[in-house]
Ligand binder design. Structure first.
Ligand SMILES: NC(=O)c1ccc[n+]([C@@H]2O[C@H](COP(=O)([O-])OP(=O)(O)OC[C@H]3O[C@@H](n4cnc5c(N)ncnc54)[C@H](O)[C@@H]3O)[C@@H](O)[C@H]2O)c1
Length: 282
């Protein structure tokens, strides 16, 4: 089992991944650009452990031991001894490619290089390295300590061994994996939610049903925890417009074409919860 893990990016996702890895017994090196970012990340991890301890779901001594397994650094070279590196920096392709180019140089050929990207093709990130076969997507969900799923994404050249080792890591930190066998835009999860959101918005836009009734149909008819329009408000209308638009651009599949009303809502500033108005008032 890979015992040493480096996590690049100590934001929401990187801190969460470092937390579950340390809890599972991995030695974790957490890297960000500044000490402030690292402190924010480790403060978040401590606060999360405290909540688990307060709820009786984690022993205080185990939380302490897990924290002790996380070391922080601003130096990417510290990833050198890792068996697996998970990158969780900003969703910008140039930033990720630069990091993978560096990781390719810093780490040995046996190190698995994983990206937590939600939407950038793994193949494009892998192309920045000399060993694209060792690059893979490990798409965790937020909040990482709570959400069970990890979407494993094969890039065009990802090897079976790399995928197997990424799975071993994700399962080792307690997640259930699904495998995305082709590096398609939106992977599996964003394609599914996009298809549902697009159809829900079309039904709403054409007056077939109200927002409340569409969401109620999904909740009571299919057992969804939240309806697609409430989900869009929570995530941001602009974010889902971008996600579906991106999948449509790559796939040319009409079912992902974003309905016009989503663009007008974004133009008007009705972005959902964060702006106070979306499909619902907030
Ligand atoms: N937030 C979510 O719900 C979610 C869910 C799944 C996947 N993702 C993906 O995970 C990744 C990270 O998202 P996040 O929400 O944690 O972002 P975030 O903004 O909370 O954190 C990003 C961190 O990366 C750091 N960073 C930037 N450049 C860096 C570099 N060169 N080296 C080291 N650190 C660097 C930043 O300082 C910041 O602390 C993105 O690719 C995102 O698409 C996010």
């Amino acid at each position: 089992m890979a015992k040493k893990v480096a996590v690049v990016g100590a934001g929401l996702m990187g801190a969460g991944i470092a937390q579950v890895a340390a809890q599972a017994g991995y030695e974790v090196t957490l890297r960000d650009l500044t000490e402030q970012a690292l402190t924010r990340g480790t403060d978040g991890i401590k606060a999360s452990f405290d909540r688990f301890v307060a709820k009786g779901k984690l022993d205080a001594a185990d939380a302490e031991a897990a924290l002790g397994r996380i070391s922080t650094t601003t130096d990417l070279e510290a990833a050198a001894g890792a068996d697996l590196v998970v990158e969780a920096v900003f969703e910008k392709i140039e930033v990720k490619q630069e990091i993978f180019r560096e990781l390719d140089r810093i780490t040995g050929p046996d190190t698995v290089l994983a990206s937590n990207t939600s939407a950038i093709p793994i193949t494009k990130i892998a192309a920045a390295t000399a060993h694209p076969e060792r690059v893979v997507g490990t798409h965790f969900f937020s909040p990482v300590p709570m959400m069970q799923l990890c979407e494993l994404v094969r890039g065009y050249k990802t090897s079976d061994e790399t995928l197997a080792r990424a799975r071993e890591f994700a399962e080792g930190v307690g997640k259930t994996c699904i495998v995305v066998n082709r590096d398609v835009a939106g992977f599996v999860t964003t394609r599914l939610i996009s298809a549902l959101v697009v159809e829900a918005v079309k039904l709403y836009e054409s007056g077939v049903a109200t927002a409340e009734d569409i969401d109620t149909a999904c909740k009571l008819g299919f057992g969804h925890a939240m309806g697609p329009l409430a989900t869009t408000d929570l995530t941001g209308v602009d974010i889902l417009l971008h996600a579906t638009g991106n999948i449509y651009a790559e796939s040319q599949d009409e079912k992902f074409a974003p309905p016009e009303i989503m663009r007008r809502m974004v133009d008007a500033g009705d972005l959902g919860r964060k702006s106070g108005q979306g499909f619902y008032p907030h």
